[in-house]
Design a protein around this ligand. Structure first.
Ligand SMILES: [Zn+2]
Length: 188
């Protein structure tokens, strides 16, 4: 049966790095390792140490994961644009390496994040794959801690943070954002 061939695993070309190597080879920093699976590049250890997706559902979620330009994010952006707002997309956060604001209003100092229900543990749809349970709890807890640290960092720099779940209605989300931007702009 073709279904069972990759039971619990995806062909390597679908997930090139995951599970590639377990330890950093000699001479490489512990933060990156050489991907022996396919690309032969240095990749972050956190990526290489991800377990193989344990089911088709998990696998689909993992492969759908994108840092930006997710469908809910695009709908919200389009609505904001239609309402005449201009913003920066994937704006790098000063003082935080490799972290970006999904939709940034730099003058008003409003940071909008569209959080995926799975990756950011939405209270309504928080599911966790049954397999690799410890790994996943740690991974998802780390994401939550990271979100909090990002919020705090931005707040300290005078930014307001608006977090939107991907399950939220895009037009309601856009309304919230527009209200906030208008409120800040109306301030003397
Ligand atoms: Zn949700």
């Amino acid at each position: 049966m073709s279904v069972s061939v990759y039971a619990g695993r995806r062909p390597p070309e679908r997930v090139p790095h995951r599970g590639a190597v377990q330890r950093a080879p000699r001479g490489r920093s512990s933060r990156t390792i050489l991907c022996v699976r396919r690309c032969r590049r240095d990749i972050p250890f956190s990526v290489a140490s991800m377990p193989f997706p344990s089911s088709a559902g998990v696998s689909a979620r993992m492969s759908k994961q994108r840092r930006r330009d997710t469908a809910p994010e695009i709908s919200v952006r389009k609505l904001l644009h239609a309402r005449g707002l201009r913003y920066r997309v994937a704006w790098p956060i000063p003082g935080m390496k490799r972290r970006t604001v999904d939709i940034a209003f730099t003058r008003a100092k409003i940071a909008v994040f569209i959080d995926g229900c799975f990756w950011h543990s939405c209270p309504e749809h928080a599911t966790r794959p049954a397999a690799n349970d410890t790994w996943w709890s740690e991974k998802l807890a780390k994401n939550t801690a990271r979100d909090l640290a990002t919020n705090e960092h931005l707040n300290r720099q005078g930014w307001r943070v608006i977090r939107i779940w991907e399950h939220e209605d895009p037009s309601e989300a856009a309304d919230r954002i527009v209200d906030e931007v208008m409120r800040v702009r109306a301030r003397p």
